[in-house]
Ligand binder design. Structure first.
Ligand code: ZN
Length: 399
């Protein structure tokens, strides 16, 4: 029941200094010096040489698998729990993608519930690439009002040859309905937009903000680092008050991709004066990534990884030199605030005990705790998905 992390340099994500963190059940019970004397059934973790961060939040993961753009055999596999743990991720938002037909919201919600039973916290977006939207209950508002797991809509594709080429009026209605559903249900009610390589870029989103009363908080465009031009446009959009999301999964450099690596993109945005609280980063995990050989010939399909998110964080600090307190924001406090995930994104008394411990020099993952449960300890997985590994783990079914 009780876990005490002792003498640990703590980032809430603000730097708190070296302290003790007491976890009781699923929550942070005390932060500050504490004597373990008299505390029953106490598990003590020595925090010396480690740093404590809030568990990472990955706001865009194809948990059910995505892809399918190269035919049926290119449909990507479902997400497994170990990939989530290895990414230091303790909360995620699942979404459909290009395929909103053979992949359904019912399956997406079921998969999200499964991951939650396995130990992490999950939500999903209603809809997929296309407009009109696929929904679970027949409408966006009812999805938000009736299904706890649904916190918004996404990823709706714009400025992409794979989009449904939605009109301005269709997009306005979609964003307005999602916002109203969010207001009524107390959720974020935002729309996560997939941005393609099309020359229109963010113009469809800017037009919504210019011509309606809808605030910028309701739009979260992703893949902003997919090419240098879109990144530049995204920087200007964020400086003007918009929110933007970077994608950490990337095709290999030999594929000829124009994607700006997410850590580099984050550094460029900060250098040009984008406020750090307007940027999030997500993995696009289990999304498909086309691969090419040295001659540029298509050689197969890769799969985005949730763990790319943690690699991107380390590179942002170790290679790009972004200070820890700034580099942590796109992975912790920002998504928690933007997606309105209560109890998430901060190490604070009363919040969910989602915390990761990393080596203070290498920033390598050491321990992952999600809702008070240890999923990784000393770099070793302590939990696996139900069907991972040679021996099937018993599903955690509550009595
Ligand atoms: Zn996408």
């Amino acid at each position: 029941m009780l876990k005490l992390i002792r003498n640990i340099e703590t980032y809430t994500p603000e730097l708190l200094g070296t302290t003790d963190i007491l976890v009781a059940g699923e929550h942070f019970a005390h932060i500050g010096e504490i004597s373990p004397k008299g505390l029953p059934d106490l598990e003590v973790i020595d925090g010396r040489g480690l740093l404590a961060f809030p568990g990472f939040i990955d706001g865009h993961v194809h948990i059910l698998g995505g892809g399918g753009e190269g035919g049926f055999a290119s449909r990507t596999p479902e997400l497994m729990l170990s990939d989530v743990i290895l990414g230091g991720v303790t909360s995620l938002v699942g979404c459909l993608g290009t395929d909103g037909f053979t992949r359904t919201l019912a399956s997406l919600i079921a998969k999200a519930r499964g991951l939650e039973e396995e130990g992490i916290s999950t939500w999903v977006f209603s809809g997929s690439y296309g407009v009109p939207l696929v929904t679970a209950t027949g409408g966006v508002e009812s999805d938000l009002l009736l299904i706890d797991k649904i916190l918004g809509v996404g990823e709706v594709a714009v400025s992409d040859h794979r989009s449904s080429q939605p009109t301005h009026e269709e997009l306005c209605r979609l964003v307005a309905d999602t916002r109203r559903g969010g207001i009524l249900s107390g959720k974020a009610g935002l729309v996560n937009f997939h941005l393609g390589d099309g020359v229109r870029g963010l113009a469809p989103l800017r037009r919504i903000l210019e011509e309606t009363e809808i605030p910028a908080s309701q739009l979260l465009p992703t893949h902003i680092n997919r090419n240098p031009l879109l990144l530049a446009e995204g920087g200007a959009y964020a400086k003007a008050g918009g929110l933007i999301d970077l994608t950490s999964s990337a095709p290999p450099p030999e594929s000829g991709t124009r994607q700006v690596p997410a850590p580099r993109a984050l550094k460029m945005l900060l250098d040009e004066g984008v406020p750090a609280d307007r940027v999030t980063m997500t993995s696009d995990g289990q999304g498909s990534l086309p691969e090419y050989d040295a001659q540029g010939r298509y050689s197969g399909m890769g799969v985005g990884k949730v763990r790319s998110l943690f690699d991107a964080f380390r590179e942002a600090v170790l290679d790009e030199g972004i200070p820890l307190v700034t580099a942590l924001l796109p992975f912790t406090a920002n998504p928690a605030r933007i997606l309105k995930l209560r109890g998430k994104g901060r190490i604070q008394v009363g919040q969910d005990a989602d915390v990761i411990l990393v080596d203070r020099e290498t920033l390598e993952l050491h321990t992952v705790i999600a809702r008070g449960r240890i999923l990784m300890s000393e770099g070793e997985l302590k939990a696996r998905g139900t069907f991972e590994g040679a021996i099937l783990a018993k599903p955690r079914i509550q009595a």
